[in-house]
Design a protein around this ligand. Structure first.
Ligand SMILES: [Zn+2]
Length: 321
């Protein structure tokens, strides 16, 4: 099953069973000389089957097809090695290509999560889609940088580097047609997860800057990697900025009670999930929530509003004023 978006541009909805995201959109460009698939679905049989059925219906010859990976997450990159042929270029940013190929990011993240109050529970990793359904092989990527162009048939895309959701997230922008393939940088109904399990980056700051960059583009149609296509790009960007301001304010509010670790803070915030209580959240959702709180704490720390203790194992944040 495919949707026709524009001439030569199709959408395949690849299911993600059991995942709150429900599905990922794969965009397929079909041109006489070379085709392009943007994002792939996870490395699991349900995704592969849906992808192969869609490509068959569209009569796509994989030996004449390149892949573009907006970012390293498993629902976008998982099927690379099933789809790439000997002649395929697999476009990705250097930062996210490095993460896909490094294969051992989990230990340091788990340690940092534990220092942030997250229970010592390897199940959080074993249940993590990135661990279960990621790319197993080392991929020979074709690295794209901000401003690079990719031609497919009538379309000339600009690579727009939009770090935040991941360190190397890239959107594709077509200035003549005014369409933006936004990956997970801007989604219509879902707030992209901005999270951190390390001490050396400020992904929320990067993300907000990436939103400013995207805001400046003339966009008439946003083609996101999840859920529906939509038109009001700037309106949605304003909502996303608002969301992060509100969350940052809520975290400051929780910290009024005194120093706390990120896990404790996360348990007191309101999350857009169908569970009534924090205790009912699956461990994977607690993981994402804790990571999002750490990202906001880092952002607030750079603004001088909070600080964290430097000496002990457990990392606690407190208000500066
Ligand atoms: Zn993602």
């Amino acid at each position: 099953m495919f949707d026709t978006i524009r001439p030569g541009l199709f959408r395949l909805e690849i299911p993600l069973p059991g995942n709150p995201l429900k599905a990922v959109n794969s965009y397929v460009f079909k041109a006489p000389d070379r085709n392009l698939i943007v994002d792939t679905g996870m490395n699991r049989p349900e995704c592969l089957e849906a992808m192969m059925n869609g490509l068959r219906e569209l009569d796509i010859d994989l030996s004449k097809t390149d892949l573009f990976i907006t970012h390293m997450h498993a629902d976008h990159s998982g099927l690379i090695s099933h789809l790439a042929t000997e002649t395929s270029r697999v476009f990705c940013s250097q930062a996210d290509a490095d993460i896909i190929n490094s294969k051992d990011n989990w230990r340091p993240m788990l340690l940092f999560a534990n220092r942030s109050g997250f229970p010592h529970d390897e199940e959080a990793i074993r249940q993590h889609p990135g661990f279960k359904y990621g790319v197993r092989e080392i991929i020979d990527f074709t690295i794209v940088k901000d401003g690079d162009t990719i031609n497919i048939g009538e379309y000339t895309f600009q690579c727009i580097s939009t770090p935040g959701h991941t360190p190397g997230h890239v959107c594709l922008y077509e200035p003549n047609q005014k369409i933006l393939l936004s990956g997970d940088h801007i989604l219509g109904k879902i707030t992209p997860n901005i999270s951190l399990f390390a001490d050396d980056r400020n992904p929320l700051d990067e993300y907000l800057q990436s939103l400013d960059k995207t805001y400046a583009l003339e966009v008439e149609q946003v083609l996101p990697a999840h859920r529906q296509i939509f038109t009001d790009c700037r309106g949605r960007i304003n909502q996303l900025r608002e969301h992060h301001n509100r969350r940052a304010a809520a975290i400051l509010n929780v910290l009024e009670k005194g120093p706390q670790n990120a896990f404790e803070i996360a348990s007191q915030l309101k999350w857009d999930l169908s569970y009534e209580h924090w205790d009912q959240f699956p461990i994977s959702q607690k993981w994402f929530a804790t990571g999002e709180v750490i990202a906001h704490l880092k952002y607030l720390e750079a603004l001088g509003k909070v600080k964290h203790n430097q000496s002990s194992y457990e990392i606690k944040y407190y208000l500066t004023a």
